[in-house]
Design a binder for this molecule. Structure first.
Ligand code: GLY
Ligand code: MN
Ligand code: MN
Length: 428
């Protein structure tokens, strides 16, 4: 779906920031899997955000002060023979009419046409990313234009990283984006609830994965937002466990971290539950701490607080809880200072969420933690992981075996509102 007004608004805001410069976006490269097989193509999120154009081998150029064309797309031309093998192409004509570019060209003509769009811009905004071919081309054109500057008296004199102007735009979600994200989250929450109702000892982790991902696709999602984690027993202590090949045993906890991607926007949800429906006392004790940590962290989500305040709320709760259980000892402030909690809680509590699962967004600017603003979306995902391989720490108690192999994370997606927050993924 091409949302003309939404995309025009995004480009208008971008053009204000680019001013007398030019900004260039390169499509994501095609990633080979093995011979003649490629990973599913996923457009570069920056290019997609400002153009909605989904195909590889694309370059988008935006030159706000150009007298003729302000938005230019270089795309794959139509090619009936190639399309028979590898799918339909939008082509040069439709790229213009459907995507609203002022000018479109075949990608093969990039070198021919790019200079005329850059030669009066005073700076190029570009992010040197994964597309090595276009990285090289941007550098070559920049070099040529700089060396001929003295003849023209115009042209770019610097390349600035474009992410510094695109990130603040992407961090604030529009109504349209929130609609896509809440749809992704509703599908994902439904799949979590479904799978939880079916999970039984004796099933394999991949069976639950298959059910989750089938629910995603059946609901119209593009697929998973990231490889689904279905971690039973001690696998729950591995943060990015993706093998999903163990048979679930009675008494196990099952940690499921899975979300779908709907129309390019992502959900990211984790739930941990006892497969038999009843926690052991140790599992319950850890679960209660993580749940309280999440509640306290979510309470800290509001404008003017920083993203680090959210983490601190979770961290302080986890440290207090582990002290209560005797799994840590000492002064809470010192434990935080010396990071003695890290063997149990080794990741941060939040990341930005949107077109990317770990979305574009600054955690700090000029050394200061980012202040939350309305229409930012973050995850809140505290966890405690007591690995079977946990080694005794200096000045800390030895952890009894009955605690080992317990890994619990609870993750929700939270919108910052004008007055506080809204949990977008509430499920039990
Ligand atoms: N599922 C990836 C993450 O939680 O960051
Ligand atoms: Mn996450
Ligand atoms: Mn997650």
């Amino acid at each position: 779906m091409v949302l003309w007004q939404e995309l025009t608004d995004r480009r208008d805001r971008l053009m204000e920031m680019v001013g007398s410069g030019a900004i260039i976006f390169a499509s994501a490269p095609i990633v080979p899997h093995h011979k003649d097989v490629e990973h599913n193509y996923r457009q570069d999120s920056e290019l997609y955000y400002f153009t909605g154009f989904p195909e590889p081998e694309t370059v988008a150029v935006i030159v706000p002060r150009h007298e003729e064309h302000r938005f230019i797309l270089f795309v794959r031309p139509k090619d009936p023979e190639r399309e028979t093998w590898s799918g339909r192409r939008i082509g040069v004509e439709d790229a213009k009419t459907i995507y609203g570019a002022d000018a479109t060209y075949p990608i093969g003509e990039l070198d021919q046409h790019l200079p005329k769009y850059l030669e009066k811009a005073d700076v190029i905004y570009y992010h040197f990313g994964h597309n090595e071919n276009i990285n090289q081309k941007v550098l070559e054109h920049y070099r040529r234009l700089v060396s001929s500057y003295s003849k023209r008296g115009t042209g770019p004199v610097a390349i600035h990283d474009s992410s510094f102007i695109t990130t603040p735009l992407r961090q604030i979600k529009s109504g349209y984006e929130l609609t896509q994200m809440t749809k992704a989250m509703a599908i994902s929450a439904h799949a979590h609830a479904h799978v939880r109702s079916i999970a039984r000892p004796g099933m394999y982790e991949y069976e639950l994965q298959a059910l989750l991902e089938a629910d995603f696709r059946k609901s119209g999602a593009m697929g998973f937002a990231y490889p689904s984690i279905v971690a039973s027993g001690a696998n729950s202590c591995i943060l990015h466990y993706v093998e999903n090949n163990r048979q679930i045993q009675p008494g196990d906890l099952v940690l499921i971290d899975a979300g779908c991607c709907f129309n390019y926007y992502n959900a990211d949800i984790t739930r941990t539950f006892p497969v038999d429906g009843t926690f052991t006392p140790e599992q319950q004790a850890i679960y209660d701490i993580v749940q309280t940590a999440q509640t306290n962290a979510i309470a800290a989500v509001k404008p003017q607080n920083t993203i680090n305040d959210v983490h601190q709320a979770a961290l302080e709760t986890i440290v207090a809880g582990l002290l209560d259980l005797g799994l840590l000892q000492g002064d809470p402030a010192e434990i935080i200072e010396t990071e003695a909690y890290k063997p149990f809680f080794m990741h941060r509590t939040s990341h930005w969420l949107g077109l990317d699962v770990h979305d574009s967004g600054f955690y700090k600017t000029k050394g200061e933690w980012t202040t939350l603003q309305p229409h930012m979306v973050i995850t809140v995902e505290p966890g405690i992981y007591i690995s079977p391989d946990l080694k005794p720490q200096e000045n800390q108690p030895e952890v009894p075996d009955r605690w080992k192999g317990i890994g619990i994370r609870i993750e929700d997606d939270v919108l910052v509102t004008n007055t506080g927050k809204q949990i977008l993924t509430g499920l039990t």
